[in-house]
Design a protein around this ligand. Structure first.
Ligand code: SAM
Length: 278
């Protein structure tokens, strides 16, 4: 038995902890806890977590992934909205990864600001599925120090994040994630590794930050993306007429950026949106 297997949380430990805390997992907070040591090890490996990383984890829950992360990472800051789970986490870590450097932030991840977490280098998390995309984009925006992301999300959301221009599922999350870096699928996860079992499949998504664009253009780029996809079936000329004040103004901007005004927003890459914003 390796050192990791000795202290990672399995099904019996997860149920015991939940019983102790009187926690019955809620759908509202997307509480599906991983009770499979192999899965958390896989997540840490897929995130290429190293001993110099300061990992920020969103939604540590009962701590399965947190303990695995602390086995490798120098430091982990865990952001948990549920006060019972946030309060128990240091205790779980003290028992199972006593060498680990853990900070817990008991807060809604969407309300986290740059001062709550000190320059994280990686984001690794089994995200709460109901807020996965906004939380992911929020963290990429406020923490430019995050170089790598490895998140587990609902399979359908993973596919959307990694979709390419022109595909049916290419949408706002795909283009916005592309703004920050290279996005790719990093594996499938079965339902049975969770307690309780969710009624959707899950996938891992990896993002490697590549700061290709000046962050000053981000608000305008994201406004254009929102406008283009709000009326997905319209041409860009029509969809962006509100944004530019008129159809003609939208057409002029598109032509100046070398984009055919008759195209739909789903055909454009993030580079096109950035060119248009400039
Ligand atoms: N990481 C744990 C695991 O793999 O077993 C739990 C993952 S569970 C899918 C999602 C976790 O996110 C829960 O612990 C839930 O309480 C927490 N959560 C839900 N919404 C949140 C939010 N807005 N901010 C921070 N944590 C949240």
């Amino acid at each position: 038995m390796t050192r990791s297997e000795a202290h990672l949380l399995g099904p019996a430990e997860i149920r015991e902890l939940a019983d102790k805390l009187g926690v019955s997992p809620t759908k509202k907070l997307g509480q599906n806890f991983v009770h499979d040591p192999n899965t958390v090890r896989r997540i840490v490996a897929a995130g290429d977590v190293t001993s110099s990383d300061h990992v920020v984890e969103i939604g540590p829950g009962l701590g399965s992934l947190t303990v695995a992360l602390l086995d490798t990472a120098q430091r982990v800051t865990a952001v948990e909205i549920d006060p019972r789970l946030a309060a128990e986490l240091p205790e779980t870590v003290a028992q199972r990864a006593p060498f680990g450097d853990l900070t817990v932030v008991n807060k809604d991840a969407l309300q986290v600001t740059a001062t709550d977490v000190e320059s994280p280098t990686a984001l690794v998390a089994n995200l709460p599925y109901n807020v996965s995309v906004p939380v992911l984009l929020h963290f990429l925006e406020i923490f430019p120090s995050i170089e790598r992301v490895l998140v587990m999300v609902q399979a359908e959301v993973a596919d959307r994040l990694a979709a390419q221009p022109g595909s049916k599922i290419y949408g706002v999350p795909s283009v916005k994630a592309d703004f920050y870096g290279d996005v790719r699928l990093a594996g499938n996860i079965g339902r049975r590794v969770f307690w309780p079992e969710p009624n959707v499949d899950s996938k891992l998504v990896r993002i490697d930050r590549r700061d290709r664009f000046d962050h000053a253009v981000r608000p305008e780029v994201f406004a254009l993306i929102d406008a283009a996809f709000a009326q997905r079936r319209k041409t860009l000329r029509a969809a962006l007429s509100g944004h530019y004040g008129s159809g003609q103004a939208a057409e002029d901007a598109l032509v100046a950026a070398g984009i055919d005004p008759k195209l739909r927003g789903e055909r454009l890459s993030v580079d096109d949106y950035v060119r248009l914003a400039r």
